[in-house]
Design a protein around this ligand. Structure first.
Ligand code: NAD
Length: 491
């Protein structure tokens, strides 16, 4: 059973749930909570146990029921890193939490603390806001043939609108000037196109905030080479995963950064680093990443003064050259362990940095609570055909074309075959190495012909009767006459 301990119970205090985590987790959490306690932050803390211990007991998510109860009660989780056991069967605790608690926005500030901490860029101060529930990262995958594996990239308008609104609201609330969207809509015109379109639409409602868009590849390169170009970046789940590590790495603050996972009802705050088993129990871990996660939590809870006091004490400690081993450099004056570092921050509560710009968190109009709301179905959606995905291994593509032509019904006929997105039949010679997974596109015989689900079912019946090894069917729709499906290259 997970233990739930009531600590520091105070009237008017905000309830939070705390998980001490694995590896260095307990050491850095203790240090962080000590700083919060000395700064007199009014919190009612419930402690839960999650992670390695429960994975080993066979709880595949690492989260026992008692832990869920506490998180659902307080709505806020401050979490130290967890060790995810290697091997199959175990589920990532973070991914489970994000999905179960609807934590749709991941917020990661990436700041350089030049000159006291080594950084590739002196003036870097950006926040990456990553959509947390959709995209390839949803992990909807299939193995279809001996050769071919498929992962579904799912983007919704409602989810995209929600993350865009969150990004702009975040910019307004935090005095940021610009929001940049990153996507790959030059290639993925439908999924990334929808994401980009939603950015353009929502941006119009925030004329006071500048906005621009980068294709993700050049955008990532610019984060590494010219990070001062960026203020707030909003992007999809997988791209966000990658660029937030690039940004944290070039800022020099991988071990210092905190992150927030925000939902309409729940929120989770943590350090971005892992449980560092290699240094666990030695009292040398840097508690700064978790402390920054805790500062984000205080801002989320509306405890702006406390967040400001702690952040400034931390900046002053860094300026004074009091550094843990991981950030120790030629500007450092004293190498300290986890507890000594926390004590140095505590000794500076009430002080401000001299070189770094002091932090100043301001009250905002309340926490940003946004739901994904589907728009009304105003566009006319019409069924216009079907793509059959077929398993086939043969030398002569014309044989497959001829076999699939015979499936044609009164309503639908085979128009083309493609492989890996390239048209391969009819009348095509290609040097591309093909695989054993082909797409057969069936459309009405006559342009504008009516198609029903029954026509597609009939086509499937014919395929089954003729022993065609089909893998899946994708129905094709137009929306207000505009194709809701991509064409094949070379078609
Ligand atoms: P890691 O971040 O734990 O460690 C990478 C390197 O950075 C190590 O050399 C470590 O000693 C050092 N380091 C990390 N945090 C430090 C700190 N606060 N102070 C000083 N040095 C620090 O990454 P990893 O070794 O790849 O992962 C270890 C475990 O953590 C794995 O089980 C992984 O699944 C887990 N993990 C958990 C989370 C999370 O809970 N959010 C995130 C990432 C990794």
């Amino acid at each position: 059973m997970s233990s739930i301990v009531q600590l520091n119970k105070k009237p008017q205090a905000k309830p939070i749930t705390v998980a001490y985590g694995d590896g260095i987790g307990p050491e850095i959490m203790e240090a962080t909570l000590k700083i919060l306690a000395e700064a007199r932050v009014p919190l009612n803390i419930e402690t839960i146990e999650v992670g390695q211990k429960f994975y080993e007991k066979g709880v595949t998510t690492g989260i026992p029921e008692a832990a869920w109860e506490s998180i659902r009660r307080t709505g806020i989780l401050l979490k130290a890193p967890i060790t995810t056991p290697q091997g199959g069967g175990y589920k990532s605790l973070n991914v489970t939490m994000r999905k179960a608690l609807g934590l749709y926005a991941n917020v990661r500030p990436c700041v350089s603390f030049h000159p006291y901490i080594k950084s590739m860029h002196a003036n870097m101060n950006m926040v990456i806001i990553r959509e947390n529930e959709e995209d390839l990262y949803a992990g909807i995958e299939y193995r279809q043939t001996q050769d071919a594996f498929q992962s579904i990239k799912l983007i919704t308008r409602s989810g995209s609108e929600r993350i865009m609104r969150y990004a702009f609201e975040y910019a307004v609330a935090n005095g940021r000037k610009k929001v940049t969207c990153m996507s790959k809509d030059n290639i993925m015109k439908l999924t990334d196109g929808a994401f980009h379109d939603m950015f353009t639409m929502v941006a119009k409602e925030y004329p006071q905030i500048e906005h621009d868009h980068y294709i993700i590849d050049i955008g990532s390169a610019r984060i590494a080479s010219k990070p001062h170009l960026f203020d707030v970046i909003v992007t999809e789940n997988l791209f966000g995963d990658i660029i937030s590590d690039i940004a944290a790495e070039v800022s020099g603050s991988v071990g210092l950064a905190g992150s927030a996972n925000i939902g309409a009802k729940f929120a989770m705050f943590e350090a971005i680093h892992g449980s560092a088993p290699d240094i666990a129990g030695r009292g040398i871990a840097n508690p700064s990443g978790l402390l920054h996660g805790a500062i984000m939590m205080l801002v989320h809870l509306g405890l702006h003064e406390e967040a400001t006091t702690i952040h400034n004490a931390w900046l002053k400690t860094i300026e004074d050259g009091i550094h843990t081993g991981d950030i120790f450099n030629d500007m450092s004056k004293q190498k300290v362990g986890t507890n000594e570092f926390a004590a140095a921050v505590i000794a500076r509560l009430g002080e401000e940095p001299s070189l770094y710009r002091p932090a100043k968190y301001k009250p905002t109009k309340g926490s940003i609570e946004i739901h994904a709301v589907m728009a009304d179905e105003t566009e006319k959606r019409e069924l216009v055909g079907a793509d059959f995905f077929i398993h086939w291994r043969g030398e002569n593509i014309n044989e497959l074309g001829t076999a699939l032509q015979t499936l044609s019904t009164d309503a639908l006929e085979l128009k083309l075959l493609s492989c890996k997105g390239l048209k391969v039949w009819p009348n095509v010679t290609t040097e591309m190495d093909v695989t054993d997974r082909y797409r057969a596109r069936y459309m009405p015989k006559k342009d504008g012909g009516v198609v029903t689900h029954l026509d597609i079912a009939q086509l499937l019946m014919h395929a089954a009767e003729k022993n065609i090894d089909f893998l899946k069917v994708e129905t094709l729709f137009t929306f207000d006459g505009k194709a809701g499906f991509s064409g094949a290259a070379g078609a």
